[in-house]
Design a protein around this ligand. Sequence first.
Ligand code: NAD
Length: 486
Amino acid sequence: MDKILNYVDGRLCEPAGGAFVEKVNPATGRAHALMPDSGPPDVDAAVSAAAAALPAWSERAPAARAEVLRGLAARLEARSDEFARAESVDTGKLLTLSSRMDIPRSIGMLRFYADLIVQGDSGLPLESSTVPDPKAVNRTIYQPLGVVACITPWNLPLYLLIWKAAPALAAGNCVVAKPSENSPMTAYLFSALCAEAGLPPGVLNVIHGAGPKLGPALVTHPKVAGISFTGSTAAGAEISKLAAPLFKRLSLEMGGKNATVVFADADYAGALDSALKAAFLNQGQFCLAGSRILVEKSLYARFRDDLVAKARELRPGDPLAPASAQGAIASRAQLDKIANYVALARKEGGNVLLGGKRVVLAPPFEQGFYHLPTVIEGLSVSSTVNQEEIFGPVVTIAPFASDDEAIELANGTRYGLTASVFTSDSGRANRVARALAAGTVWINCWLVRDVRVPFGGMKDSGVGREGGLYSLRFFTEPKNVCTREG
Ligand code: NAD
């Protein structure tokens, strides 16, 4: 069995208490690795290493930091097959997805920030806005925040770790990363590349273990200046409670209950294909998943029936097999949660049109965590199943009668991460997009992502924006330097 280790001060090491827990492969339901069950002393060691490394790393020329990020990208690229496979085994996601999306995008992100960081006239692209005045010149410079914590979830393990660590490191910060205990493997493998790529000891540290056990020590550590968190709204709220009185900088990327809104004038095939993908890609375990489909009344019955027919073809199978259309659910707890929501949907009067149950595959996958794609209609917008994030292959579908009703239904939850609108009327598309309370609105598409655009949520889906220069702004402190003239 593989033994995952922490990465502290440039060394792979066991946790101080020596405790490990088994990490289960969701495809088989059997343990495939041992993972550190770290505690607050490990957090302290990692933060101390990061603080010690900070002066030298932050003083390095941006071009030199960029070189290290490029070295990491090259090493990751050389081993991308191994990383894609590891991501799939650890999370149950399809290998076709991790090799097409998670790993290439992680490599691209390292290169993106390596390129971005050297574009400013004095290193940082945010630097040197000057405000002249007869008596003085005001110059704004951006300096690294310091030691930052990056706390990430299990659905896009390596991608989200690098989404945060790459801009943090590029801007001259030192990082303590806390990957999800449900998906530690690629963070471990990545940490093992750092020394080879020339990342000085302490600049990036990775601590594995349970969030509630490590989180408070990390978030409240006096030497941690900022926390970039992606995960559930509940954990985000816990982190906010701890961090706010300490005045730490916080970026919170949290849950979603995103609507896919289909008007009768939409390109039918394109809308159907996107709605299906949005609901079931990665078994619906996507913050961006379109888990509520709203269809204009005149099109509703046809769209619903075609969606069900297409979703029926998405049979779960071995995540490593190229022919599988769905992989495994990431953990037994997540599988149970999904089953509970389906039971609740029935209690709330929902009509389960498709799926609605676990599926047992042939050996060696008979103990794996699989759930059929599930489509439910007949639930009101205020039902619990339409209000709470399920994070599984479960989608609800409902009709709407007018643009106003579509907007009202789409906005009718506490979340505001994304929404998709399908229509051939560009005026309507833009009107609806402006009215939707979501950080990202896709028109006639879904999951079209560009690293440069602001990414984040409204309402209970998030605080702040990440991506491109937004991430660099988060990880830097703007300072005004005022020089007297004459
Ligand atoms: P989670 O909140 O349970 O865990 C996320 C991370 O936070 C993990 O590393 C976990 O160990 C840690 N954590 C848990 N409790 C903590 C605490 N009290 N203090 C500090 N850290 C703590 O989320 P999850 O189940 O791993 O991931 C699924 C959630 O993530 C969903 O809600 C999904 O929508 C969200 N998500 C959001 C985005 C986004 O960009 N908005 C992207 C991916 C996932």
